[in-house]
Design a protein around this ligand. Structure first.
Ligand SMILES: Nc1nc2c(ncn2[C@@H]2O[C@H](COP(=O)(O)OP(=O)(O)OP(=O)(O)O)[C@@H](O)[C@H]2O)c(=O)[nH]1
Ligand SMILES: [Mg+2]
Length: 409
């Protein structure tokens, strides 16, 4: 795939790279009897639900285990940024403190009070932090898990909520071990020793099949963070998965790919919605669609992949790599342009041929598309345009991340 010099959207390898069987089935059942307006109404609700699903993540554990640092890290923030949780100082919070995600206001990470006091009673603690509002709990420890951690996990389970154990600061353990045992040092060895240790202490506390993720809040892209995120994603209810994926910090290539897939899944909904409401074709095009819906989607992609102005500046700050240098690896002429109606219309007009290809394919697999008359062409063209834009932006996000990872910081 390549955007040509004047910014046209892509050539694709094959139609199957663009639209798969699962999507065809979904479109088929959504369009049902060919009533686009009825289908659009349902899709609107479904999109609204997944984009606005509230996600509340509770971080708990003993004092000093890295809770506040983790609260910042999973929101893609550093500890000194405005809106970040205070770290490093002994700040015994007595109340659960909500920290909103900087880009997604429906995602809140809660920094809960510590559980270290000797007369800690798990059930009372859960009542006092209003356990029912959280989607899941992360119980953090920077050493072996203790009785309080175990009691808390059991009480969470009794309330029918999910919990995950995080063993933080593994970077420090590795560093110390490397210094002290130069000859026999093995990263894998140290990590499996820590894991084993945690599992034993949890099993001793009668936690069956405990799951422990080894993490460094200072280097979130390493160790078990990705695995943890995979498991969380699987275990979240379906309508919360999207926002969870999209709100993750852009710290690793697999995360970028997951984001692309999650966003790609909803393109047919956006295309249907955009075409359902408009009846008058855009001047000079045989496409009738609501361009505003497309512009919003494009802005959302840019933000999700951290290629908007604010995110690039933040990344530059974090890595010490100049914004202009980060931008220099961006290949698509589209990614850095101001996203507005004009850009969307330009892309739609250049996507007409690809749009027809989609329409032809859909007509052969979903005959009901044929009843949409002008809507079918509009659907194909808008769909093609968004897929192309997403592909370009995702590929550039990969280039920018690779550049950022070169940073010595
Ligand atoms: N090396 C290393 N240090 C960490 C990690 N996580 C946190 N820290 C450091 O540990 C110290 C305590 O971290 P906080 O995030 O403030 O811990 P907390 O659990 O919020 O502590 P309280 O609010 O007092 O309960 C800070 O100096 C952090 O920079 C980690 O994964 N690795
Ligand atoms: Mg704290």
């Amino acid at each position: 795939m390549a955007g040509d010099k004047d910014g046209s959207v892509m050539e694709m390898d094959s139609i199957y790279d663009i639209i798969d069987d699962e999507e065809v089935q979904e479109i088929n059942s959504a369009l049902g009897d060919g009533d686009l307006c009825k289908a659009a109404e349902k899709l609107k609700e479904s999109l609204h639900e997944i984009e606005n699903a509230p996600l509340n993540i509770a971080i708990t554990g003993e004092s000093g285990t890295g809770k506040s640092t983790f609260v910042n890290a999973i929101r893609g923030m550093d500890d000194e940024e405005e809106g970040s949780a205070k770290t490093g100082v002994v700040e015994t919070t007595m109340e659960p403190t909500p920290y909103t995600h900087p880009n997604y206001p429906n995602v809140t990470v809660w920094d809960l009070p510590g559980i270290g006091s000797p007369n800690f009673v798990a059930a009372n603690y859960l009542q006092s932090v209003e356990f029912s509002r959280y989607d899941f709990f992360v119980i953090m420890s920077s050493e072996r898990f203790k009785q309080n951690d175990v009691d808390l996990a059991k009480a969470i389970q009794a309330m029918d909520k999910k919990f995950y154990f995080v063993r933080s600061k593994v970077d420090s353990d590795l560093h110390a071990s490397e210094k002290r045992r130069k000859k026999t040092y093995s990263e894998e060895g140290v990590l499996s020793e820590i894991r084993e240790n945690c599992i034993i202490s949890l099993r001793d506390g009668e936690i069956i099949n405990p799951r422990v993720f080894l993490i460094s809040c200072l280097e979130l892209d390493k160790y078990d963070f990705y695995e943890m995120h995979n498991i969380l994603e699987k275990e979240l209810p379906e309508h919360k998965r999207h926002i969870f994926l999209i709100s993750l910090p852009n710290i690793s290539l697999p995360i970028l790919e997951k984001k692309r897939q999650a966003l790609k899944k909803d393109i047919w909904k956006l295309a249907t919605l955009s075409c359902a409401v408009a009846t008058v074709p855009l001047p000079g095009l045989s496409v009738a669609c609501d361009v505003g819906i497309l512009v919003n989607a494009m802005i959302m992609y840019q933000k999700a992949f951290g290629l908007d102005k604010k995110s690039l500046e933040k990344l530059a700050n974090k890595t010490g790599i100049d914004v202009s240098e980060l931008k220099s690896v961006i290949k698509s002429p589209l990614v850095l342009r101001q996203i507005n109606k004009e850009l969307a219309i330009t892309l739609l007009s250049r996507g007409a041929v690809g749009g027809l290809m989609i329409v032809e394919y859909l007509l052969s697999t979903i005959p009901v598309v044929g009843t949409l008359s002008a809507g079918a062409i509009s659907f194909g063209t808008t769909y093609w345009m968004l897929v192309g834009f997403l592909k370009e932006i995702a590929e550039d996000a990969v280039r920018v991340l690779k550049k950022a990872l070169e940073s010595p910081v």
